[in-house]
Design a protein around this ligand. Structure first.
Ligand SMILES: Nc1nc2c(ncn2[C@@H]2O[C@H](COP(=O)(O)OP(=O)(O)O)[C@@H](O)[C@H]2O)c(=O)[nH]1
Ligand SMILES: [Mg+2]
Length: 325
């Protein structure tokens, strides 16, 4: 599918055309010129989807839970978009293959759109791609967009900033898990799930989490609920959906959520600026005589990197009034 114009592409996507959306997503992956123009046309039509982030360690049951939630939302007649991210996998097939199989039951459902993202981008690249794809899924008219992402690193924390509601999935019997979540995911969890509650230690895991609850949440007036699930047997999924709905309701009424939305918008703008500036500077340093000369001077310690950074910025920015790709 080719686009005659950005407007034509945007119109097709807004009409829910799956092929057009898939094509734009490939253009975004490849950072093809013009993709951003389409995103700009789509943006006024975004903000309608409920964006749900699901994060947790590999094997905790995120994909199983995601499949259950898709099933539940489909029963409610909702359109569901899914973005499965596994940044540690350099192969788009690899780690997500199991997920593909799990999601197969929805393969023929035109109201479900599933997309995998397995590339680890440059600085901020992954959260940029996530944002872009979520905007496309939102503009296509999905009522719910689920982002499934692995782990608790900075990349993942940046990614979940895209979500309205973030579910952190833990499993029993992993005391280390509780330690790991202290590392930074506490404040991004809106809901905790103790999945695999059929295994020993579920009570203990819930108890440990309760003990940490005072430290949780960036929202002072929201205490993240703890939901037990057995995703493999579709147990507790209604309760999870209920908790998600309550959080959505909370966001619509809490004064703190406006501040959070503004923080996130600022973060998204900052990410785009960082990426564009870095790309311009990097290109200048590597591709121009003056840039290469400057690098050589710093290498030889005749110029310090602090001055070099200022020089590179001064050389780059005025030449690039159009910074966005
Ligand atoms: N015992 C048990 N196993 C589960 C449960 N949910 C998922 N699993 C299994 O845990 C494994 C990892 O699940 P998966 O959804 O791929 O985890 P992900 O890596 O977090 O996406 C699979 O073999 C699932 O069948 C559960 O509630 N109880
Ligand atoms: Mg998975």
């Amino acid at each position: 599918m080719r686009f005659a114009s950005s407007q034509e592409a945007a119109d097709a996507i807004l009409a829910g055309n799956v092929r057009a959306a898939a094509r734009l997503m490939r253009m975004l992956d490849d950072r093809i010129d013009g993709a951003t123009d389409v995103l700009r046309l789509l943006y006024p039509h975004t903000g309608r989807a409920m964006v749900l982030g699901i994060t947790g360690n590999p094997g905790s049951g995120k994909s199983t839970l995601t499949a259950r939630l898709i099933g539940l939302y489909r029963k409610q007649g909702k359109r569901v978009g899914v973005l499965a991210i596994d940044p540690s996998s350099p192969f788009s097939g690899g780690a997500i293959l199991g997920d593909r199989i799990r999601m197969m039951e929805f393969a023929n459902d035109p109201q479900v759109f599933i997309r995998s993202l397995a590339t680890r981008g440059a600085l901020g690249g992954l959260s940029r791609s996530t944002n872009d794809i979520v905007h496309v899924l939102d503009a296509m008219g999905h009522d719910v967009v689920i982002i499934e992402t692995v782990g608790v690193g900075q990349d993942e924390i940046d990614i979940v900033r895209t979500a309205d509601t973030t579910v952190v999935v833990l499993v029993p019997g992993l005391g280390d898990d509780i330690q790991a979540i202290k590392a930074g995911i506490l404040e991004i969890a809106d809901i905790f799930v103790v999945n695999k509650s059929d295994l020993d230690g579920a009570d203990r895991a819930v108890g440990d989490l309760r003990g940490l609850q005072t430290l949780m949440s960036e929202m002072p007036d929201w205490l993240p609920p703890i939901v037990r699930t057995v995703a493999a047997r579709n147990e507790g999924v209604d309760a999870l959906a209920q908790a998600i709905a309550e959080h959505t309701q909370f966001l619509q009424t809490s004064p703190a959520s406006q501040a959070r939305a503004q923080n996130r918008a600022a973060f998204a703008i900052g990410g785009l600026v960082r990426e564009s500036v870095w790309r311009s500077v990097d290109t200048w340093l590597r591709r121009t005589d003056a840039g290469r000369e400057l690098v050589a001077e710093v290498t030889a310690r005749r110029v310090d990197p602090y001055l070099a950074a200022q020089t590179a910025l001064a050389q780059t920015l005025p030449n690039n009034p159009q910074l966005l790709p």
